[in-house]
Unconditional design. Structure first.
Length: 196
C-alpha cells in the first residue's frame, strides 16, 4: 500500500496541482489509515495491498476515530481522502472496485451562522463623522456589508464600475464567478460617496 500512497500523492502534486498543505494532509491521513490497518488486521510488519482492503476495514477505521472523539467533519474529510485514493487506484487499473464507495459519510448537521443582534449592529455602525480616509473607508465597508448582505470576499471584488450610486445597486461576483445585482441603502450610498 505504501507504493500506492506514493503514486497517489505524486498524482495530486503533478496532475491535480494541489497545494503542499493539501497533499501533506492527504499523505498524513493515508499513513494514519495504513497504520490502523496494520495494527488491527494485517500486522505491523506487513504492507497490505490495496485490494485486501474492504468496506468493513474502512468502517472499522472510522469507528476507531469516532471513539477517539474525532468530530463528524473530520471523519467526513478522512473518508473523502480514502474515497479519492481508492478511486485513483481504480482509474489506474490497480483495483477492480472501490471499497470506500460503499461507505457513507457521517451526517453533518447544518450550522447556522452567528449574526449580530440589532443592538450590536447599531453599536458597530453608529459612529462620529470620519476624520481620516481610513475611517471613511471602514465605515463604507461596514455599511455596504450590512446593507447588501454581501460576503467579504464579494465586497473585496468591488470596483468603481461595479457600483452605481445613482440607482443604488452594486454588482457582486460570488461563488462560481456568478454575478448578481444587489440594492444598497441610502446610508451605504452616502458612506461610499463620503469615502470617494
Amino acid at each position: 500500500m505504501n507504493d500506492a500512497i506514493r503514486a497517489f500523492i505524486l498524482y495530486l502534486q503533478l496532475e491535480r496541482g494541489v497545494s503542499s498543505a493539501t497533499h501533506r494532509s492527504y499523505q498524513s491521513d493515508l499513513q494514519q489509515f495504513l497504520a490502523h490497518m496494520q495494527a488491527q488486521f494485517f500486522g505491523t510488519a506487513t504492507d497490505p495491498q490495496p485490494e485486501a482492503i474492504d468496506a468493513l476495514h474502512i468502517r472499522s477505521y472510522l469507528k476507531h476515530l469516532s471513539d477517539q472523539g474525532l468530530q463528524k467533519t473530520s471523519l467526513a474529510r478522512k473518508l473523502a481522502c480514502l474515497k479519492s485514493f481508492f478511486r485513483f487506484l481504480l482509474e489506474e487499473g490497480r483495483l477492480r472496485h472501490n471499497p470506500a464507495a460503499a461507505v457513507r459519510s457521517p451526517r453533518l448537521g447544518t450550522r447556522l451562522p452567528t449574526v449580530l443582534t440589532k443592538d450590536e449592529a447599531t453599536t458597530l455602525l453608529d459612529r462620529p463623522p470620519a476624520q481620516t480616509w481610513i475611517e471613511a473607508r471602514n465605515h463604507a465597508i461596514l455599511e455596504t456589508l450590512y446593507s447588501s448582505g454581501a460576503r467579504v470576499s464579494e465586497l473585496v471584488g468591488l470596483n468603481a464600475d461595479t457600483i452605481d450610486l445613482e440607482t443604488q445597486f452594486i454588482r457582486l461576483r460570488g461563488k462560481g464567478k456568478k454575478e448578481r445585482r444587489v440594492p444598497i441603502g441610502t446610508v451605504a450610498t452616502e458612506a461610499i460617496r463620503e469615502y470617494q
